[in-house]
Design a protein around this ligand. Sequence first.
Ligand code: FAD
Length: 454
Amino acid sequence: MDSPFRVQPPFGPELQDIVDYGHELLKVYGLCIGLIVAGSAVIKRSSVKAPNGVILGYLKYQMGKFEESRGTILFIFAYVGLSLIFCTYSVSHPVVLMFRLGLVATINLPLLYMLGTKRTILNWALGCSYEHVNTLHRWCGVLVVAMIAVHAAISLYYFRWQYLIRNRWSCMGIVSGICFALIGISSIPAFRSKCYELFYGIHLLGSLIAVVGVYLHYPIARPYAGAAGCVFLFDRLFRLLKDLYVVKCEISSAYADTALVKIKTKCPWKAGDHIYLTVWGCRTLESHPFTIASNKKNSDHMYLIVRARDGFSKDLYKLGNTTRMGIIHGPYGRTPKVNKLERIILIAGGSGVAFTYPLLQEYAGMDVKSLWIIRDRRCTEWLPEQIGDLWVTAEQGRPDITAILDEWTNNGHDNCLILACGPQALLTSMENHVAAYYSKGHCSVKFHKEKFDW
Ligand SMILES: Cc1cc2nc3c(=O)[nH]c(=O)nc-3n(C[C@H](O)[C@H](O)[C@H](O)COP(=O)(O)OP(=O)(O)OC[C@H]3O[C@@H](n4cnc5c(N)ncnc54)[C@H](O)[C@@H]3O)c2cc1C
């Protein structure tokens, strides 16, 4: 029989012992990942107070270029570092590294799938919505794809390809490797933003095929691939059975290339939630996220404020005043609980009012300060009623948002929850200003942002 190897590795039967040692070692890695996730959930859900404002301020500071806080970036570094240590610890040969990388990537699959799906136990445990863990999903994905790429490169160097394509286990590995490579390439930001639907299709199909491939590739991978597959199927089934609503959409056009959509639905949403919208005859196969700009307590209709941006939103705006059938799925999102907080501060920029307006109604009667920054006064026609505290930049110039926060939070001394939605620059300057309060030892202001992009 032909040798499976192109380049013979310098191992005899002792290779099995080395590989077994790696498997035992990686049980510790799996445990570490589990503990990190469980620890994060406990910290998030408990009212653990920050030990030190200076540290908290440092960690909460937004790194402008990355649009993420230092804390998140350090967490990602620590996670990648831990994974690399377990991949390389006591590795004496590239073939041993190949086994390690494959298994570390596999151990991460359940986490990767949980971070990337909408209905999972992880979101419930962390008390946050899927979009708030999307950054972690991306970095976990980068790590997994990079490890699989090196795993594949080493395999192709040592094994003969004629051997690899003749065996089911290796063919399955190749299939899942190709899927992960396609997912990785299509997730590059330039590709994703240009061809979002293609990126989404590759992600959906690729992640399903990849997990089946991994399951059949290597017996030790089965529990992890099986768990990831269950996460995927649960999410899809739950959303199919519980989250889909066929609706009638009354569409009208408004000022500043904006479409207003009015939907009567039984969907049980909360203030601050968003849904995904598909409109019949308007790029029917696409589905886009929009925040629900009405409060169910005050209105039996769901209102959406859709700014025309490019493909779908532009076509929706061009429909003018019409009624179309559509599908919504959701609702998704989670706004922090308001307990004995002294003051709620709502800040919206442009269509970000879709997030703050229902919250303003939700917290009626409480100590609420609200500001809506708009370019032109005519934007007010997006809402069914006039709301106070408008800042019209065409008339008043850019607001000094940090001065406004200082006034409304009493320089960070008061117990406040800031809920904000708008352009990234506005959110970053607010978040960094709150981080500066922490650095001065004033830790009673909480900040929650809703982003329209990720
Ligand atoms: C949670 C959330 C709430 C939002 N709420 C509102 C709102 O109330 N009003 C509003 O005007 N806009 C809102 N947006 C932004 C809106 O979804 C995008 O502007 C819209 O999808 C752009 O689609 P397009 O076809 O017009 O442009 P495209 O050129 O097709 O897309 C531009 C970019 O939009 C993003 N995008 C497109 N499709 C999706 C999708 N299915 N899921 C996630 N991102 C996508 C991608 O980053 C893409 O690169 C929200 C976005 C998110 C994530």
